[in-house]
Design a protein around this ligand. Structure first.
Ligand code: TXA
Ligand code: MG
Length: 324
């Protein structure tokens, strides 16, 4: 089988970039401390930032997780395989470098046949952050991985573009001060809050106080400026008649990133028209940001996105990309 070699490289402690349904991950054997350290070195990522561990099957949870509370089990039954990461109490075998020294570990089962086949062949849980240099745009193609980390990764398993296009949703299942357990949303992503609520009822959001004060403990990934192209991004509105409102004061050349159609703008040096629906827009967003990076423009105008919950994850990524 074609994946036998990359599976062996993972077992040998090498870095192998792998496709998932969300973004490409930079994978290493999660139980091999030295291998996991090399992920941080390759990405130049600070070591307090914990990694997501990927499993081939819920039955693998016992290798990394000490306890699966009933509420977590319901989420797993509903959303795995898929873009949902659960933060659960870790087993002592999981090296500190994976968890950033926390007593929890983030785990998910990706909905990608190649990722699952690779995990099964390797027969080890695989720690994998997005396969991009720290603070840069996440990769949704193998070429993106090579552009950002070529020379720092032993191999890239290429399975074409990712279907979801933004990272998994991260939730913690933790003790509810009112008794029982509760689900706390730590990062918006490929599984929407509405989908979670439909299964577990209430979903709490780690509040702003967490984000500024307690963030390093709760979810270190939340505070970073992330997913950032080198071009400044500036938000523009669309009028009721469909025209996009290009500001009078504007550095040139400029690029346009918009939804559905170009809104009558004809003088942009580079135009990316993404699908009008949130799933389609998410799927193509990072590839568009990678193109903006190479467009040679002074500024990129980005169409304001709808306010509703279906767009929350995409709005979050654009905000972290520096959209003003
Ligand atoms: O879709 C994805 O999640 C991709 C693919 C490769 O699976 N991976 C990914 O990993 O986005 P990364 O490392 O870029 O983001 C991991 C996120 C961070 O925000 C981190 O803080 C959070 O998960 N996280 C991981 N373990 C955690 C833990 N024990 N407690 C709180 N947050 C955790
Ligand atoms: Mg990342």
């Amino acid at each position: 089988m074609l994946l036998r070699e990359p599976a062996q490289w993972l077992r040998d402690g090498r870095l192998v970039a792998l496709p998932t349904e969300t973004v490409y991950g930079l994978g290493a054997n999660a139980l091999d401390e030295t291998a996991v350290r090399s992920i941080f070195a390759a990405k130049q990522r600070p070591a307090f930032n914990p990694l997501i561990v990927h499993v081939a099957d819920p039955s693998w949870l016992g290798r990394v997780v000490a306890d699966v509370p009933p509420l977590a089990r319901r989420l797993i039954d509903a959303f795995w395989p898929g873009p949902l990461t659960l933060v659960l109490p870790r087993r002592p075998e999981v090296p500190d470098v994976v968890t950033g020294g926390l007593d929890t570990v983030g785990v998910r089962m990706p909905a990608h046949p190649v990722a699952l086949a690779l995990l099964r062949a390797a027969d080890v849980p695989v720690a994998a952050p997005s396969a991009n240099p720290f603070t840069r745009i996440s990769p949704t193609t193998a070429q993106h991985v090579l552009d950002g980390l070529g020379g720092r990764v032993f191999a890239v398993v290429d399975a074409g573009p990712c279907a979801v296009g933004i990272e998994s949703t991260v939730v913690a299942v933790e003790a509810d001060p009112r008794g029982g357990e509760r689900v706390v949303l730590l990062r918006e992503g490929g599984t929407t809050r509405e989908q979670l609520q439909a299964v577990v009822g209430e979903v709490f959001v780690a509040d702003h106080a967490d984000e500024v004060g307690d963030a390093a403990r709760r979810s270190p990934g939340r505070v970073e400026r992330h997913y950032a192209p080198s071009v400044p991004l500036r938000s523009i509105a669309r009028r009721a008649d469909g025209a996009l409102q290009v500001p009078n004061e504007l550095e040139r050349p400029f690029a346009l990133l918009c939804r559905g159609d170009a809104g009558g703008v004809t003088d942009a040096a580079h135009v990316d028209v993404l699908p009008a629906d949130p799933a389609g827009f998410a799927r193509e967003l990072y590839a568009a940001l990678h193109r903006l990076d190479r467009a040679g423009v002074a500024v990129a105008l980005v169409e304001q996105l709808p306010d509703d919950a279906a767009w929350a994850a995409v709005r979050d990524r654009l905000r972290r990309a520096g959209l003003r």
